[in-house]
Design a binder for this molecule. Structure first.
Ligand code: HEC
Length: 145
């Protein structure tokens, strides 16, 4: 390749990275439809004990940890290569501001245009709604700061 070729290749790359940065900056997590925001979790947080957390931890480890991280800070092993970063559940006040139905909806259906895929019954992961509610309760119990 001659020098002009290399230069335009470099320029193209720089533009791509810049565009990615702008897109990532402008991105906002979509808000769930009202009917989801109105939903109440079938899981009573008073029933969330060590056994429950241990059980759901297995699911979190296998399906969520690589992005959202062991500490729920969004710094899992796969997060570095992701343009739109995984949500940091453990950011102070973050989970308190989110409705159960919001967390449920995103976990069910994912967030379009990001690495966050849906995990609900119709997805590849095929988790039941019950399992998704368990994950929501788990996130709250473990990562609320
Ligand atoms: C491949 C990486 C990846 C995996 C695996 C992953 N997530 Fe995510 N998750 C993301 C990204 C990226 C976002 C941010 C989406 C956005 O900004 O629109 C996100 C966002 C979320 C949100 C949105 C929070 C809000 O404020 O609405 C929830 C809830 C969530 N993830 C739960 C989970 C759960 C539960 C699992 C495991 C079953 C999981 N995620 C697995 C990448 C991932």
């Amino acid at each position: 390749m001659n020098q002009t070729g290399i230069a335009s290749l470099l320029l193209g790359f720089v533009l791509l990275v810049a565009a990615g940065a702008v897109l990532a900056q402008e991105h906002q997590i979509p808000v769930a439809p009202q009917e989801y925001l109105d939903m109440e979790s079938p899981i009573d947080m008073d029933d969330v004990d060590e056994d429950f957390l241990k059980k759901v931890n297995r699911l979190y480890k296998s399906k969520c940890r690589k992005c959202h991280g062991t500490q729920g800070d969004g710094k899992g092993s796969a997060s570095e290569d992701i343009e739109i970063k995984p949500t940091a559940f453990s950011a102070p006040g973050y989970l308190e501001e989110q409705k159960d139905g919001q967390l449920f909806w995103i976990t069910m259906y994912g967030s379009e245009g990001t690495e966050m895929e849906g995990f609900g019954p119709d997805s590849d992961a095929g988790l039941s709604e019950e399992k998704i509610w368990e994950l929501v309760a788990y996130l709250r119990a473990k990562f609320t700061r």
